[in-house]
Design a protein around this ligand. Sequence first.
Ligand code: SAM
Length: 159
Amino acid sequence: MSRLDSFIRRVTAQRDVLDHISAEVAGMDGPVIELGLGNGRTFDHLRERLPGRRIIAFDRALAAHGTSTPDPEDLVIGEIRETAPAMAGIDAALVHADIGTGYADKDAATLTWLPELTARLLRSGGIAVSGLPLEHSELAPQPLPASVSQDRYFLYRRK
Ligand code: SAM
């Protein structure tokens, strides 16, 4: 599969999973946490699906399109491993983590801290959507929508 095909499958899976959970998240209190703002495409999608919901976005540098840049109070710049733990206990309804790199060694390093961070950010019953698998005793894997292959994107509920 070419990298273009792989990219298309990844962003299609992102969209389908975010659409799959957005109605449930809309009925749940708590902010949305976007780990990896990037260009701001998924931030913009979540903003459209969850109008009025506070979305706090994290990235090591601001590179989002101008129309998809959060307000300054909802943008946290720096290494997520260092910045996001300050928000542990915020009782997020949704954590979306799109910080996989496609490099096995870098992703393995991320996975030493991302599952625990995600669990600490979520409320009980809150939802985690991730491009990397999150193995954690408090995160229960959830079925994906039929359009998304196993291992393409990952979905969990905080116990
Ligand atoms: N979902 C975004 C979109 O739709 O535009 C794309 C996110 S992009 C794939 C991943 C982003 O996460 C990059 O902008 C990168 O700088 C950021 N990132 C990855 N690991 C990070 C870390 N450990 N700390 C801070 N930012 C990180």
